[in-house]
Design a protein around this ligand. Sequence first.
Ligand code: ATP
Ligand code: MG
Length: 448
Amino acid sequence: MSKRVLIADDEKNMRWVLGESLTQAGYEIVEAADGKEALAAIKEAAPDLMVLDHKMPRPDGMEVLRKLRAEGHTFPVIMLTAHGNVATAVEAMKAGATEYVTKPFDLEELKLAIEKAIRIGDLSAEVERLRAEIDRDWDVDGIVAADQRMVEVLSTVEKVAPTNATVIIYGESGTGKELIARALHRLSPRGERPFVEVHAGALPETLLESELFGFEKGAFTGALTAKPGRFELANGGTLFLDEVGDITLSVQVKLLRVLQERRFERLGGTRSIEVDVRVIAATNKDLQRMIAEGTFREDLFYRLNVVPITLPPLRKRAGDIPLLMAHFLEKHQAGRKTFTPEATRMLVEYAWPGNIRELENTIERIVILAPGDEVGVADLPAEVRTGAVHVAANTTFVLPEGGCDIEEVEMELIRQALDRSGGNVAKAAKLTGLTPRTLEARMQRFGM
Ligand SMILES: Nc1ncnc2c1ncn2[C@@H]1O[C@H](COP(=O)(O)OP(=O)(O)OP(=O)(O)O)[C@@H](O)[C@H]1O
Ligand SMILES: [Mg+2]
């Protein structure tokens, strides 16, 4: 598609000469005879580039330039300035001109400047586009995600964050529940107000109760002064109820009441306290099952389960692993380190029982301990090296402990398979998932 060039110059002759030669060079031309016409043409014609005469009436070129940049137009502008007027040229560049050409000029010189400016303009548009894409695919507030389910999670986060809806986040340990809870808070109108956490699992029942609701002086032995609870501290902001599945039935009742009435009393108090708090809960427990077992209240579940968000375990979004690896290398200032393909494959195939937290710790350890810029299999922790075989072979063999290498593990697996099959190679091959021929070749190689 041909590029559209806007020529703004009050000299008709100049517009004509320029217009003709640029048309011949394959550009589409729009003309403007003064500043006002130029500004109108920018709106109507959306040019890809502008050749702008500095000396022009109503308003002059410099003013047009300032105005169009202030309005956010990013297309390249080549300013035509009078010969010898360096001050104007400098001013034009400061005001956002891409290039200046002094009059009288050589047509070839101007054409070259136009070509160059358009190429640069295309490049910076491409960079902007890529940056926007990276922002979208990779990063909502430091959260790395490319897996389709995670991208959907992030789009839910963006949608519900600005509301006051109660959100509950489900996911195994280390899947990023707290990270998502913080993102929900930061992306909400409450973002500047407090984000208060309560780790229900870490506290015994009575302590949890006083932490949540606070107490008045003399409420119990040792309550020498009154103390506000987390609900009060979170007023205007967000309360993050972590491990909500660990809350006992009696505290569940009290929690339900606050969620229903948005009011409560401190322990030992009668004054009713009203709060404006958005609640985000998280758990790694199966609440439905707890309801069936009678350990979690169904009515509380429905109060919390308004917008459920489920974070898949890392092994179910292995596609995110290379991105997370790069992210954590960057975070721990080792952006230049790379992994060999084999090491990458093992990290991707490992089951990551501790999910993203475990991956981050692993990368951090490698950054500290692996000497070179290239990280190989030998630099990986034992559980990753052995676990990779475990997943790949998809068997239930017992893996040897400790820092053994892949071949040792393979040998051990073959030994166990042969044990179980009573030395029958065909049966052992079935157990290992290898063809009998491959198994025999491996046995020969290991001298078995
Ligand atoms: N998608 C992600 N992108 C980048 N970092 C992540 C992502 N998910 C988790 N992390 C990081 O992994 C670590 C563990 O996450 P987080 O503490 O949120 O998990 P959690 O589900 O709350 O774990 P637990 O149940 O053990 O409390 C944190 O350091 C967090 O920043
Ligand atoms: Mg957590």
